[in-house]
Design a binder for this molecule. Sequence first.
Ligand code: AMO
Length: 442
Amino acid sequence: MLKEQDLGNWRKTHGLSEINPAIGDQQVVIMGWVSAVRDHGNIQFIILRDITGEAQITAKKSEVGEQLFAMIKEVKEHSSIAVKGKIRPQERAPNGAEVIPSELAVFSIARKAAPFVTQGKTSTVGIDTRLDLRAVDLRRSYLQCVFRIRQTLLNSIREFMSRQQFIEVSTPKMIATATEGGAALFPIFYYNREAFLAQSPQLYKEQLTMAFENVFEIGPIFRAEPSRTNRHLSEATSIDIEKAFADYNDVMSILERLIVNIVDSIKDRNKPDLAFMELSMPALELPFPKYTYSDLIDKLQEAGEKIQWGDDISPQALKSLSDQRMNGFYFIVDWPTSAKPFYVKPSAADEKISESFDLMFGPLEMSSGSTRINRKDQLVERMQKQGLKSDSFDYHLRVFDYGMPPHAGFGMGLERLLMALTKLDNIRDATFYPRDIDRLAP
Ligand code: AMO
């Protein structure tokens, strides 16, 4: 019988990707979780995985002795184990080497077979079965690739924005008022008052341009989305930037260069992941194509869509257009003022149109942004037109008396971008523990 033991003095000497013939005769200690076992009678193979990669443990009864062999034979997939042993060259094993065990430590025995396999690119079970056991699901090679790409994405955003002299900020997630009209709020108890989870860092990032000029934030946003779609989460991660002395054209230029930088970093740093996923990054050319909202409405009407000027443009409608350039990244600019939140600046030439944009990838919205109103009286007027009480925004409006610079910015959904770049069907797979109308656990 296998017995579980504590870590005690056991420590790794090598990550599994470091196991190779060059290690020679020294003893190694490796640790990880069992991703596969193969029983060949008097030879037992275990494929062990850790965060660096995988290695093969080969136990021949004649080589390791009856007692250790019997123990190894009992090890099940997903168990957490350590092995002490020596390396032997083996062409067919990962990195050309196998580990011949001399001692086994079992930290945690897997008591059940997982309801899904962790190898391979596609899963045979529905997403809900996987999400119910998400930490086990995240052991899947495919998702490990997705989240390594996410890591590159986050690092390259921080590197790029820092190079452009943006400072990373953190703004409150418990807030007093809504900013994004259409999306519903989650109310919370804040001591004896009602408060909300932030839908966006919008007003705070705008205020911070007064002090820091250029700011960015990568943080959670909360949206009570009543619909069940493959592209909406109740808790998402937003990449927000705000820049003083700039308009929407300036921040569109930053956004497209940011996307190019991210894609280049992934191509450079995630080669093995892209190879495993059989995935190539989109070819990008600057500047990204721009379509005005009004032109798109005309095109959609020509394509037979029932859509009026002023309506939102749905992904389904966009799919009816057969424009090659709309398969990749492109901007839709100059949206109706009525379709955008109160802080978006109407155009000086025609106030029905706003200085705003959405960045799209195919039919999917990645980001939206705009030039903002920086005059208090105009902002109050826009709030009133949208039926908002300007008194409840007093905490925000008061800083406009002290020289709010002209500014512009955007917010981009991290999971949307990751989903688009890794060609995931469902946004839930682009986040560790998705939240939606049906799911609050795990
Ligand atoms: P918007 O509401 O368009 O704009 O949101 C910006 C981007 O955030 C992502 N996003 C979501 N992702 C997953 N699930 C959701 N429920 C969800 N909601 C939004 C999308 C979207 O394009 N304050 C403005 C931004 C700005 O003007 O700076 C805002 O929040 O990718």
